[in-house]
Design a protein around this ligand. Sequence first.
Ligand SMILES: C[S@@+](CC[C@H](N)C(=O)[O-])C[C@H]1O[C@@H](n2cnc3c(N)ncnc32)[C@H](O)[C@@H]1O
Length: 228
Amino acid sequence: MEKCSKTPQRIKKMFNQIANNYDKLNTIMTFGLHKRIKKDVIKHLNLNNDAEILDLCTGTGDLAGILKKKYPYAKIIGVDFSQEMLKVARNKYPEIEFLDADCTQLPFKNEQLDLCIISFGLRNTEDIKKMLSEIYRVLKKGGTFINLDLGKPNKFLNIFFKPYMYLWVAFLGKIFHGDETPYKYLAVSNEDFPSQYRLVEMFKEIGFSDVKNKNYLFGQIASQISKK
Ligand SMILES: C[S@@+](CC[C@H](N)C(=O)[O-])C[C@H]1O[C@@H](n2cnc3c(N)ncnc32)[C@H](O)[C@@H]1O
């Protein structure tokens, strides 16, 4: 299993570098499916109009934007530590509050939030347990936590999926950026990331209950929904 460095400094620098092309690349890499999946993940949520929602590792803010459409009166905050990603998010969604902060040390009180959601962020975290514990701390009792990220498809599908991730993503990196390194990271970053089934166990170990996994694209992408 390939290990790759996920220090906050490295992650911040990398996302700062690719911020301006991130949305375009995301759409090409997923054939536009990422937004559809994000909408599906929040489809069954039933929050109050005045709910407090935190989009962790918000990046360019797409998920926060989707949530704002569904809950226009909710207090939605996007948090990320890449200033360049946040710049793009603020330009796209001036009506949403975006904070520059580290998601392993959230600037919120205990049991403040109704929903914590994170998409394609946990995989980029050096200390997954620390981030999960922080999410647990800031979530209200009865609050919802949703994670969406790359999953591990079965071995047969991986024969097709792995080369796609490595070669296609690196190729796109060269085209868009002149350097494949930051994009290659996107493929490698999943290697040492726990499978969706291991994540379910980890969430339970932290204290979350009713943890349910849903696979997309045969498990290449997966989402877990849980309660505090
Ligand atoms: C792959 S992007 C995902 C962006 C967005 N959520 C999406 O679904 O497109 C990962 C983001 O996580 C952010 N990130 C990673 N670790 C973080 C941390 N500890 N605190 C804050 N942001 C973090 C990065 O800066 C980057 O913007």
